[in-house]
Design a protein around this ligand. Structure first.
Ligand code: PMM
Length: 286
């Protein structure tokens, strides 16, 4: 899933594609790089972000979704709002990616149920303006058990609204009301979230926890534009199964680099057969 943020303030690429033409061109470019899905969003969810008006959000995403869907792209809309989801589906989106898992605007679940589209429910606790105050996981099992249980409640709500289980995807919500250590625990134990029996989507690309991992000697986080390689490494590890469960979808910015990592992981997963070249390092170096 390639990210098409049509926002002036997203932390990863804010302001680069505010103009619909630029966003559409970027979407086409991501498809050419190998994206299967384009995730079009008009609300920044970076920590501390304030919310756009509904009309602003609609004005940002609808022209981009219409244009890309008309060209045959599989488009998801990254929104927490029922009205935006409804209009986006009319414009051609076939996936609703709701970072709030239906908590921000519960009517979104009815929209998705009526439309019969796929629904991504992400783990979320509060709007970005103050979400980091909610980054506490003191219960038994810590963050991993809390995310599983809170997502299980969102699945119940989605099913109750009439969304078919075969249309549900879950996301642990890296960086949303989470400290760096919480994100690392989650990516190491995706099996716990996968125990809910639904496909998983993971969005790690360019996030702050990677910036902290790569901090300089003074402790300053690596700037957002220089975190791609770490994200690609994480993609390779997850694709190789080291998160403990298969991942259905990875939400990323630099699609080509991540597609390359998937190619490496796919090659790695091939059974070792007689056709696999044998390595005789000793002889070669003698
Ligand atoms: N992260 C962001 C936005 N939308 N959607 C899902 N499903 N999962 C995520 O992790 C996620 C998301 C924030 O990142 P951005 O500012 O780079 O879009």
């Amino acid at each position: 899933m390639g990210v098409v943020n049509v926002t002036p303030d997203s932390f990863s690429d804010g302001g680069r594609y505010v103009d619909p033409e630029a966003a559409v061109a970027h979407g086409r470019d991501l498809l050419a790089q190998g994206a299967d899905i384009l995730d079009v969003g008009g609300e920044s969810t970076r920590p501390g972000a304030t919310r756009p008006l509904v009309d602003e959000e609609l004005g940002r995403v609808l022209p981009v979704i219409s244009a890309l869907a008309a060209e045959g792209a599989r488009v998801s809309v990254d929104t927490m709002r029922a009205e935006v989801a409804a209009r986006a589906v009319e414009a051609g989106a076939s996936i609703v990616n709701d970072v709030s898992g239906g908590l921000a605007d519960p009517a979104i679940l009815d929209v998705v149920a009526d439309a019969g589209v796929t629904y991504v429910a992400m783990h979320w606790r509060a709007h970005s303006e103050h979400m980091q105050r909610w980054a506490r996981y003191d219960g038994p099992g810590g963050v991993v058990a809390a995310v599983r249980d809170e997502l299980a409640a969102r699945v119940e709500a989605a099913l109750a609204a009439g969304i078919g289980a075969e249309r549900l995807v879950l996301d642990p919500g890296l960086g949303f009301a989470k400290l760096a250590e919480h994100n690392w625990q989650l990516v190491r134990r995706l099996d716990v979230v996968a125990s809910l029996g639904l496909p998983l989507l993971v969005g790690a690309s360019r996030k702050t926890f990677l910036g902290h991992l790569l901090a300089d000697a003074e402790g300053a986080p690596r700037p957002v534009g220089e975190r791609e390689a770490a994200g690609v490494a994480l993609t390779a590890l997850l694709a190789a199964g080291l998160g403990g469960a298969p991942v259905w979808c990875l939400r990323v910015h630099d699609v080509r680099a991540h597609v390359d990592a998937l190619a490496v992981a796919a090659q790695w997963a091939l059974p070792a057969g007689p056709d696999r070249p044998q390595h005789h390092h000793d002889q070669e170096h003698r």
